[in-house]
Design a protein around this ligand. Structure first.
Ligand SMILES: [Zn+2]
Length: 315
């Protein structure tokens, strides 16, 4: 299969369906604190089941790692969008899980392309978290399905972690990878794809920012730009330097995996409903999401075909 053929397989319909399942019905939230009537597990654990069955169907080997987390407290006196507040040690602790899918490459299984997205919604308010980060979750699920149809030379891993509870579970995953000495070629974190300002939304702009915090991440961002232009993906694409090494990509950088970027709808993040109850799935620009997912897929395919050589500047 050629890259353009693979990119065509990305389905907006499937992503829309998954997005509403995860941020409307049956799951209005994805937290340790909310359990649906009649369910025996919390809504975040229900997400784990949906993600795992998607991965298994796509031929990925699934592993789960348990971690103790707390919900953030809510402080509405803090600035809008930033109401999360540190819990007290005596606040309840819950089980949360990293769910990871892996498909081993045929030729170079030791070389790993790592995709990441946090799957939880805000633990301090009742927000559907459609953009943050339903979209990254469903994009990575869709990439698993498309990759099922592609023979892989190298290994692709997809981590679904938790970043709206504390501590962030991506840190444990990144540190385990470092302890094992994993050879990770690149880390691509999908968080809040297509999230943009009301003005950009009104103008119909299909935005995508690739944010990098290291020199190696900058090379990866430039690969994405080259692939975007070559495949005519049609995004309003910006490459931006992200000063603060944070978010799930930052956890990988801190663990030593420096060829890392965050794919995000805008940077600085400009969604008016960021971390608010209004972050609903109806607001998500699915056409934008299809193009953003295609861009990430193009990067996976290039890294799978060429390995580190894909990251060298061309010409
Ligand atoms: Zn968030």
């Amino acid at each position: 299969m050629t890259t353009p053929e693979a990119l065509e397989l990305v389905s907006g319909e499937r992503m829309r369906r998954d997005l509403f399942l995860l941020s409307s019905a049956p799951l209005p939230f994805r937290t340790v604190r909310y359990t649906r009537p009649g369910s025996s597990v919390c809504s975040l654990r229900e997400v784990d089941g949906m993600v795992a069955s998607c991965l298994v169907e796509a031929g990925f080997r699934v592993s789960e790692t348990r971690q103790r987390v707390q919900a953030f407290r809510c402080d509405r006196g803090k600035p809008l969008h930033h109401w999360y507040a540190r819990p007290e040690p005596t606040d309840p602790w819950y089980d949360a899980f990293n769910v990871e899918g892996a498909r081993e490459g045929r030729d170079l299984p030791g070389e790993i392309i790592q995709l990441v997205s946090h799957k939880d919604s805000m633990s301090w308010i009742d927000s559907p978290g459609a953009l943050d980060n339903g979209v990254g979750t469903v994009a990575n699920m869709e990439l698993a399905r498309v990759l099922a149809k592609v023979p892989l030379r190298r290994t692709v891993r997809i981590l679904f972690c938790n970043e709206e509870h504390t501590p962030w579970t991506s840190r444990a995953a990144a540190e385990s990878a470092a302890r094992r000495g994993d050879h990770i070629l690149a880390v691509l974190n999908q968080d809040s794809l297509t999230g943009k300002s009301d003005r950009d939304a009104a103008q119909g702009r299909r935005t995508h920012a690739v944010a990098y915090s290291t020199e190696e991440g900058r090379a990866l961002a430039h690969l994405l730009k080259r692939l975007h232009d070559a495949a005519d993906i049609g995004l309003d694409l910006t490459l931006v330097h992200k000063e603060r090494v944070n978010d799930d990509d930052g956890m990988f950088i801190q663990a030593g995996f420096r060829t890392t970027v965050m794919n995000v709808g805008s940077f600085p993040y400009a969604d008016s409903q960021y971390h608010l109850e209004g972050d609903r799935p109806e607001r998500v620009d699915i056409d934008n999401l299809v193009r953003s997912a295609r861009l990430v897929l193009a990067a996976v395919l290039a890294l799978d075909a060429e390995g580190e050589a894909a990251l060298r500047p061309q010409g």
